[in-house]
Design a protein around this ligand. Structure first.
Ligand SMILES: [Mg+2]
Length: 134
């Protein structure tokens, strides 16, 4: 049952895929499993954090050099990509179920951050916006 037109799409690549298509892919996957009843905002947010933690755990106690090495090893990189995809899945599901336009919201947030972090003040600095002028 799963898939329909969405799984018939030959390639899912960033340059060939819209966010709406990804939201619909995740929705179909969930609809086929009757998981809608579990996907309230709280539990989806928990999913984002849980999967983010799994991603973070991969780097625990690793030096910068070791992390860099992980990305050059295809098997280790795949494990990282799997966890990143888990995070993305929950983000897409939360956005799809609760009518959030991710592109618009990201654009708005980047604009807000552009005001908080003016290039002429923060370039080359990792300070938080409220520490920049201190
Ligand atoms: Mg995971």
């Amino acid at each position: 049952m799963f898939g329909g037109i969405l799984l018939q799409k030959v390639f899912y690549e960033d340059e060939k895929t819209t966010i709406v298509e990804l939201k619909n892919l995740v929705k179909l996957f969930c609809d086929d499993r009757d998981w809608d009843k579990y996907h309230n905002p709280k539990d989806l947010a928990i999913g984002i954090i849980t999967e983010s933690s799994e991603l973070l755990e991969l780097f625990r106690f690793k030096s910068e050099k070791e992390v860099k090495k992980m990305f050059s090893n295809q098997n280790k990189k795949q494990v990282i990509m799997n966890e990143l995809s888990d995070v993305f899945y929950f983000i897409l599901r939360l956005a799809e179920k609760y009518d959030i336009d991710l592109s618009l919201e990201l654009y708005k947030k980047i604009n807000e951050n552009n005001k908080k972090y003016p290039v002429e003040i923060c370039k080359g600095s990792s300070k938080k916006y409220d520490e920049l002028l201190v």
